[in-house]
Write a protein that binds this ligand. Structure first.
Ligand code: NAD
Ligand code: TYD
Length: 351
């Protein structure tokens, strides 16, 4: 008997790598990818899997309980790996309600569908939420986020993710629904929408446009290669303990400005430009409102209990990422026309 897994948000950046990880490594599983295909969802991310026998795509909005029901009625769902979300902090500052609908209401709709369809027979079932380290707030005084760090979200995005995490724990406590949550640091890699720092900078350098650095560029993030996140999700889904939380991070902190300087060097080399040319595009712009200073994850629990380690260094991952963007011009061209241009103009016009 095949296990049927629902992966939500599988047409997005991280979701597409998770879908590939499961479709490729588990031919005995049937993977149903449900995604609304917002601006961030792109079926081109999954072109290589279109004909896989153990894979199906369903265009579904998780804000609609009826659409979710239609999926649960057609497939005997054994597990959910939930990634569908509005994911960009700047958009959450401009339109917080979109984040409440998808990230909070959408998550509760999925939880309700699991309760209804699993009917308290939770044996072999799991609801696994892919969350973010941003729920813990900002580490202005040093230290690291551990799994028991109190939640202190500071942006509408992180508040919506924190809220969804709280609902998941409430369903675990109240209804005994088997759940796992993992909170991961900033991802980078192929297929990331160029609204996020690294792909935006790669795209701008390629097109000889300014690289906008918010504030003084001193904010710190911990970066993880997306495929290492997908590997961690695989491990946690199979070997994690129900009811537990796992932090995932690269142990790889960078100030934004240092990261961008390193990226500029890689781009100079790849584009055969004189050293220092890309860095000339760096432009300091108005800071993000309420900009979190530092995120840093202690992923010791995952490393010790489940023996996970990242497979690439940051330098390797960055080079793989740059190569991917330079080799996939069509992918980036298709998504940076029209809506993206409008977004860019509004987002960066007054900075
Ligand atoms: P993304 O924005 O690239 O993809 C999100 C996907 O969700 C898209 O395919 C989109 O179409 C889909 N979606 C949005 N609203 C939907 C709806 N109402 N119904 C169905 N599908 C919908 O995001 P990502 O960067 O791949 O992040 C995936 C998940 O991982 C998110 O939950 C995010 O909070 C979490 N996360 C991301 C990072 C990161 O650095 N990107 C880090 C930690 C955790
Ligand atoms: P981002 O990729 O949006 O991820 P997050 O806000 O979830 O950490 O941003 C990463 C860091 O880069 C963050 O400190 C904001 C900063 N940043 C810029 O300086 N310029 C930009 O154009 C963007 C998009 C982000």
């Amino acid at each position: 008997m095949k296990k049927t897994l629902l992966i939500t948000g599988g047409a997005g950046f991280i979701g597409s790598h998770v879908v590939r990880q499961f479709v490729t490594n588990y031919p005995d599983y049937f993977i149903v990818n449900i995604d609304k295909l917002t601006y961030a969802g792109n079926l081109e991310n999954l072109k290589d899997l279109e004909d896989a026998e153990n894979y199906r795509f369903e265009k579904i909005d998780i804000v609609s309980p009826a659409e979710i029901d239609s999926v649960f009625n057609r497939y005997k769902v054994d597990g959910v790996i939930h990634l569908a979300a509005e994911s960009h902090v700047d958009r959450s500052i401009a339109n917080p309600l979109d984040f409440v609908f998808t990230n909070v209401v959408g998550t509760v709709n999925l939880l309700n569908a699991c309760l209804k369809n699993w009917k308290s027979n939770f044996q072999g079932r799991l609801f696994y939420h892919i969350s973010t380290d941003e729920v813990y707030g900002s580490l202005d005084q040093g230290g690291y986020f551990i799994e028991s760090t109190p939640y202190d979200p500071k942006s509408p995005y992180s508040a919506s993710k924190a809220s969804s995490d709280h609902f998941i724990r409430a369903y675990s406590n109240t209804y005994k629904l088997p759940v796992i949550i993992s909170n991961c640091s900033n991802n980078y890699g192929p297929n990331q929408f160029p609204e996020k720092l690294i792909p935006l900078a790669i795209n701008n350098i390629k097109n000889n446009k300014h690289i906008p650095i918010y504030g003084k560029g001193e904010n710190i993030r911990d970066w993880l290669y997306v495929i290492d996140h997908a590997r961690a999700i695989d491990l946690i889904f199979h070997r994690g303990t129900s009811g537990e939380t796992y932090n995932i991070g690269g142990n790889n902190e960078w100030q934004n400005i240092d990261l961008i300087r390193l990226l500029c060097k890689v781009m100079d080399k790849k584009l055969d430009k004189a050293e220092g040319l890309s860095a000339k595009l760096i432009t300091y712009v108005k800071d993000r409102a309420g900009h979190d200073l530092r995120y840093a994850i202690d992923s010791g629990k995952l490393r010790q209990e489940l023996h996970w380690e990242p497979s690439v260094t940051f330098e390797q991952g960055l080079e793989l990422t740059v190569d991917w963007y330079l080799n996939n011009e069509e992918w980036i061209k298709n998504i940076t026309t029209g809506e993206y241009e409008k977004y860019y103009q509004t987002q960066y016009a007054n900075r």
